[in-house]
Design a protein around this ligand. Structure first.
Ligand code: MN
Length: 202
């Protein structure tokens, strides 16, 4: 089964990044409010550049001035089962703008759906991410109620305290799309000193 990861990202604005492994890369969306297990809630997910596969295991702090600067937590990870119609390639599936899949993670499980409602270039292509009703749906669910890393069990303060990341190669072996002149998130830039620390207190 291909992997999925939800990274919680304390960048200029706190947000979550949802990534699905597809054809050797991570198809990515920035989700300002994070996933909701409440089937009545539709979360905005803005398509972002694909990321290299090794980014799926990255947790740490990306230095100021670098792409994706801020602290990254692996909020959830696991595998997913694409419910792709027979004869449809992953690429076609994505192009159609309607994804249905089963997540098997630490926090997120069961049936989910993503629907593209506005096409456009990256960072303008908008999707809705919805939990479908099943035994894993939870009315009133708030992702902030589960603050720990699914990878390490650490809090963001503990991750932040570890300082700059070890030399991970993801910045050094980019995909082609990685070099497009598009910030990872429209709401994300390098941190100013102090502001991240302040946010981490909350
Ligand atoms: Mn991000």
């Amino acid at each position: 089964m291909p992997r999925f990861v939800v990274q919680k990202h304390w960048a200029r604005t706190l947000h979550y990044d949802f990534r699905l492994e597809m054809e050797g890369r991570l198809v990515s969306w920035a989700v300002p409010k994070g996933p909701s297990r409440d089937p009545r809630i539709r979360r905005l997910a803005v398509r972002m550049p694909d990321h290299p596969l090794d980014y799926a295991v990255f947790e740490g702090t990306i230095p100021r001035g670098e792409y994706g600067a801020g602290t990254v937590m692996i909020w959830d990870t696991g595998t997913y089962e694409p419910l792709r119609p027979a004869g449809v390639s992953p690429e076609q599936w994505l192009d159609r703008g309607f994804l249905k899949f089963i997540l098997s993670g630490t926090k997120l499980h069961g049936l989910w759906e993503m629907v593209r409602y506005r096409a456009g270039e990256l960072s303008k292509e908008s999707w809705l991410w919805v939990k479908l009703r099943d035994r894993f749906s939870r009315p009133g669910y708030d992702p902030e109620s589960e603050p720990l890393s699914a990878l390490s069990g650490k809090t963001v303060v503990e991750i932040r305290g570890e300082g700059p990341p070890p030399v991970v190669a993801f910045h050094e072996r980019p995909l082609e799309v990685w070099s497009r002149p598009c910030a990872e998130d429209p709401f994300e830039e390098s941190e100013e000193p102090g502001s991240l620390g302040t946010r981490l207190l909350h």
